[in-house]
Design a protein around this ligand. Structure first.
Ligand SMILES: [Zn+2]
Length: 192
């Protein structure tokens, strides 16, 4: 089965991994795959592009097919795909470091989600979802500004701490202890 994908731009760049020929055509095919290794693992379907070498007859897929399968898993789990995660951040023109600073999502985690190495859990996905709304980003920035102002005022208006009570050195405590042991309310000399 062939379709209009055959003449899509970029096709000529591909080389057959088997024979090295560049006479490659492509078809769109549905691939079914199981997600997970449990006995009741769901079967997911994804439409991928399969490339065919006219010289040796070898068929192969590219990284694009892996990404589409990863996206299908994300949709199955109900979380954002890597591109969607990236677009949340890029919508605000933030680098991964800046977005990490704002959201407190670890920069390394963010990079893994965006590249599809790992899939974010539901809680983090919810946070990402909330950050698609500009007013929530504004709230976070406002919160951070208040926290920064507060911590700045704490360090600027430092008042030296003057304890009301002087702490006694241990030698004084020992001396007072000895004096207390010697204390007699009515020294024997005074009695009778
Ligand atoms: Zn070939």
């Amino acid at each position: 089965m062939k379709n209009q994908m055959d003449n899509m731009p970029g096709q000529s760049c591909l080389e057959c991994p088997s024979c090295g020929a560049s006479n490659i055509s492509a078809t769109s095919e549905v691939e079914n795959f199981q997600y997970g290794d449990k006995y009741d693992a769901p079967t997911l379907s994804v439409s991928i592009r399969v490339h065919h070498c006219a010289s040796c007859g070898f068929s192969f897929t590219t990284e694009e097919a892996s990404e589409l399968k990863h996206d299908a898993v994300c949709r199955h789990l109900g979380v954002m795909t890597p591109n969607e995660v990236r677009s949340v951040r890029e919508h605000y023109g933030l680098s991964q470091g800046e977005f990490s600073e704002l959201s407190k999502i670890g920069k390394a985690s963010l990079a893994r989600w965006e590249s599809g190495v790992l899939i974010q859990n539901q809680a983090n996905d919810n946070l990402l979802f909330l950050l698609t709304f500009c007013d929530n980003v504004t709230r976070l920035r406002e919160r951070r500004r208040i926290q920064t102002d507060h911590s700045n005022s704490l360090t600027k208006n430092v008042v030296p701490f003057r304890p009301r009570f002087r702490a006694l050195p241990q030698t004084d405590i020992d001396r007072m202890q000895r004096e207390a042991e010697r204390f007699e309310l009515f020294p024997e000399a005074m009695i009778g």
